[in-house]
Design a protein around this ligand. Structure first.
Ligand code: PLP
Length: 370
């Protein structure tokens, strides 16, 4: 147990009561509570459809399938991300094209996308990593120029905005995660958002064993081969209560992040990542760049402060560098840099200013070698 953990899920008495209600109802699988979560999400994002799924990973797979992406197609992803962003491309039989990221924002390099596009490119899966929104001015230019689709891996970015539009309403299809490391959690789970009726209907059918979603009084028809990516009422109950408090939780997060920024002002040898111009960060993770990261991470953990790396550089992993269905375009030097230097600090809804000060003071003393 850490004295100051990296994250703490928002589990209040209200959340527990809602879960108990579901248990008492006996209706445990996907049902009205799942739909309540979908509606809350759809209204919050301001999109036409929100479809609950078992995880961000299965949601990304669903999105690729809805767009008909498969063998022979190429999909561009950033090198610096969680492996799921790329794995799903291989899972549907398509080829992963990995490009570098920007060193300051840690997001996909827009020029590198241009260089990696071929006639086979069907989509990009850019990642709004750690809650930093993507530059849709640049992405939409690429999309329109090459007639490709954008599936946003928005696992980390519920609440982030770009030019006052919420993440989840900007891409063709966006996919969020409810893993406990994320800002809103259901244990495991995810949400797919889109404005396209046809894709939404297809995804709803595919995640329900290929069932057609017709009038309940009609006989069930299985229109296609499908699978089961339903999110249970039981899990959704946890998310519903959190979503009812999303604005205040987000505001709190923002204040906590600002507090870190203030505390870090005078700390030498630390650089803060940049937020996309025109965007508002949602701080799923509060990251800094620091030299000698691994050593500092170890020392902080040893005294009870749980810090973590940012995420992974895919090209370093066998799954992607020893794979005939992966193409790496470019040197990945920025990805390598952020992989080695990014450190995530503890951040959760009820971390106290005092705890934040302890984190930064400790970091400072370690950094100075005191
Ligand atoms: C957490 C995360 C995922 C995976 O989400 P799951 O819901 O666990 O499948 C994918 N991409 C990114 C960028 C993530 O941070």
């Amino acid at each position: 147990m850490y004295k100051i953990p990296l994250i703490k899920p928002y589990i209040t008495q209200e959340v527990k009561d809602k879960v108990i209600d579901v248990l008492d109802s006996g209706y445990l699988t996907e049902g009205p509570v799942t739909h309540e979560l979908e509606t809350l999400f759809q209204e919050y994002i301001g999109c036409t459809h929100a479809i609950a799924v078992t995880s961000c990973t299965t949601g990304l797979e669903l999105a690729l399938r809805a767009l008909g992406i498969g063998p022979g197609d190429e999909v561009i992803v950033p090198d610096y991300t969680y492996p799921a962003t790329a794995s799903v491309v291989n899972i549907v039989g398509a080829t992963v094209v990995i490009v570098d990221v920007d060193q300051q924002t840690m997001l996909i390099d827009y020029d590198a996308i241009q260089e990696a596009i071929t006639e086979k490119t069907k989509a990009i899966i850019p990642v709004s990593l750690f809650g930093n929104p993507l530059d849709y001015g640049k992405l939409n230019k690429i999309k329109n120029q090459h007639n490709i689709k954008i599936i946003e891996d928005a696992a980390c970015s519920l609440g982030a905005t770009y030019q006052d539009k919420k993440v989840g309403s900007l891409a063709d299809i966006s996919v969020f995660s409810f893993h406990p490391r994320k800002f809103i959690t259901t244990g495991e789970g995810g949400m797919v958002t889109t404005d396209n009726d046809e894709w939404a209907a297809w995804m709803n059918s595919y995640k329900h064993f290929g069932m057609s979603k017709s009038d309940e009084r009609q006989a069930i028809q299985f229109e296609r081969v499908g699978t089961n990516y339903k999110l249970s009422n039981l899990q959704a109950a946890i998310g519903v209560v959190q979503m009812q408090h999303v604005e205040e939780l987000l505001l709190k997060r923002y204040q906590l992040a600002e507090n870190y920024v203030g505390l870090l002002k005078n700390v030498s040898n630390i650089v803060l990542p940049q937020t996309t111009e025109g965007g508002v960060h949602s701080y799923q993770s509060f990251c800094i760049f620091i030299e000698n990261r691994d050593e500092i991470m170890r020392q902080l953990r040893d005294i009870g402060i749980e810090v973590q790396i940012g995420t992974f550089a895919l090209h370093k992993h066998k799954a992607f560098n020893d794979n005939p269905f992966v193409r790496v375009v470019g040197s990945m030097k920025n990805s390598q840099y952020v992989f080695e230097n990014c450190l995530t600090l503890p951040l959760f809804h009820d971390i106290t200013p005092n705890e934040q000060e302890i984190v930064i003071k400790t970091l400072e003393s370690k950094d100075l070698g005191i």
